[in-house]
Design a protein. Structure first.
Length: 116
């Protein structure tokens, strides 16, 4: 009886251990918050080089500005769900909010500045 329990305990231990290892490995990806201001220009240069290889001429300065804007977007509250009226307007690339003072609501409403 004791040997059977030890085998069962070994199997359970292996399964739990494998699950913990999987969780640690799964969670090892880098996040936006882990990339500091020192690494940002290198990330922008890499992005610019990749875009250039694909045939798009994007300077590292423009890539850095886009990365900063992307981080500001992620810091902003989630956007409202689009209504049917807005879905029709999505074909127009210069669509703003109904009220002009809402156009920068994500940046002015609590997201950190892109210049920080």
């Amino acid at each position: 009886m004791n040997a059977e329990f030890n085998v069962w305990l070994l199997i359970v231990g292996l399964v739990v251990g494998a699950g913990l290892v999987w969780l640690v490995v799964m969670d090892s990806r880098r996040r936006e918050s882990e990339i500091d201001a020192v690494e940002l220009p290198r990330e922008a240069a890499w992005l610019s080089a990749v875009m250039r290889e694909d045939g798009d001429d994007v300077s590292p300065e423009v890539a850095e500005r886009l990365l900063l804007l992307h981080r500001a977007y992620l810091d902003a509250p989630p956007p409202d769900a689009p209504t049917e009226d807005l879905e029709d307007d999505l074909s127009d690339p210069v669509v703003g909010s109904e009220l002009p003072d809402q156009d920068r609501l994500g940046i002015d409403g609590g997201a950190r500045s892109v210049d920080q």
